[in-house]
Design a protein around this ligand. Structure first.
Ligand code: ZN
Length: 334
């Protein structure tokens, strides 16, 4: 997604020189390998030689992240104009149906619950569910907790499912989050996870302009292999994998295609409420962006379906079961 103003001003290494050591954590937050020999892969990304995840590099500091998540990003009136928020509700309904179908009886924990759309959809299915969201208004929504994952008490008997829906890429310590999910889940409980695929066709073809890098908010950019290796090491068994179910594939393809059309504006800004845009967009230009997007939609849908069939879809979708096996990995340096 579009970068913040700070990102534009951040030191970039577009000429692919050796990345600055010390510009991020000393060890890979996924596999624990020291980051002193990472490889530059994009204007603001490096690749870990240990596990193959890419890291946002330089890693953002607290001030940059504060700005990136400031009120403009998720205003009270909703992020999207027109049918955007309605579409979000429908897709959350579909995710809720899946989670409810595959999880054993018990409570579902949605990590990074946002506006609570998934919780609402789970409640409608009669499923007990709680969500974690920082700075949540827990009075208005008693099903939300303003807790970090490691502060959450394990439900009696363990949770039935933990959902990390386009969340893990935002976390500075994703491996720790997976361990916490394992702690909260009962044996047989399910981890349902979606995130962008750094090894997708779109990531390659759109390069630094790919929407789903979403820097600086996305810190760790996973490949399916790195993700599955890590989950197995933490005692999970991957039962189902895919691409399209994780959403965003068609939209990211469309965003990239529209971005290649001269004079068309940024599609992601065009669908957001005026106060939620990164850059102002005039009415006529927004109309042009929408017209171009409409014309290119069939092509984007075809491209997204094709890359998913090929196993190189823009998003990763995984269902992994907590087996009860002892994790094989040593906790890495934090
Ligand atoms: Zn690594």
């Amino acid at each position: 997604m579009p970068s913040s103003p700070q990102h534009a001003a951040a030191p970039a290494s577009a000429d692919h020189r050796s990345p600055t050591s010390g510009a991020g954590p000393a060890a890979c937050p996924w596999c624990g390998r020291p980051t002193d020999d990472v490889v530059q892969t994009g204007a603001r990304r490096v690749c870990c030689r240990g596990c193959g995840v890419q890291l946002t590099w330089p890693w953002p500091d607290a001030a940059e992240l504060d700005h990136a998540y400031a009120d403009w990003y998720r205003p009270e009136g909703g992020r999207f104009s027109g049918p955007g928020d309605a579409i979000l509700r429908v897709t959350r309904g579909s995710t809720a149906w899946t989670v409810d179908r595959i999880a054993p009886d018990g409570v579902v924990i949605d990590v990074g619950a946002g506006d609570g759309h998934l919780l609402d959809a789970l409640h409608r299915r009669g499923r007990e569910a709680i969500g974690l969201e920082r700075d949540a208004d827990t009075t208005a929504r008693p099903d939300l907790r303003d807790d970090a994952l490691d502060e959450l008490e394990r439900p009696d008997g363990g949770a039935a499912a933990v959902v990390l829906w386009h969340v893990i890429e935002h976390l500075p310590e994703p491996r720790q989050a997976v361990r916490e999910a394992a702690r909260l889940l009962r044996p047989g409980g399910v981890l349902v996870l979606a995130c962008p695929n750094a090894d997708s066709r779109q990531a390659r073809s759109f390069g630094d302009r790919w929407l789903a890098w979403d820097q600086p908010r996305h810190l760790v950019h996973f490949t399916p292999r790195a993700l599955e290796d890590g989950l197995r090491a933490e005692g999970f068994e991957v039962r189902r994998r895919g691409h399209l179910r994780a959403g965003q594939s068609v939209f990211c393809a469309l965003h990239g295609l529209v971005g290649r059309v001269p004079y068309a504006g940024d599609l992601y800004d065009a669908i957001r409420q005026p106060e939620a845009r990164q850059t102002p967009l005039s009415g006529p230009r927004r109309a042009l962006t929408a017209a171009v997007a409409g014309a290119l939609l069939p092509l984007a849908a075809l491209a997204a379906a094709g890359e998913a069939l090929e196993g190189r879809g823009a998003s990763i979708y995984l269902e992994a079961v907590r087996t009860g096996a002892t994790p094989t990995s040593e906790p890495h340096a934090r």
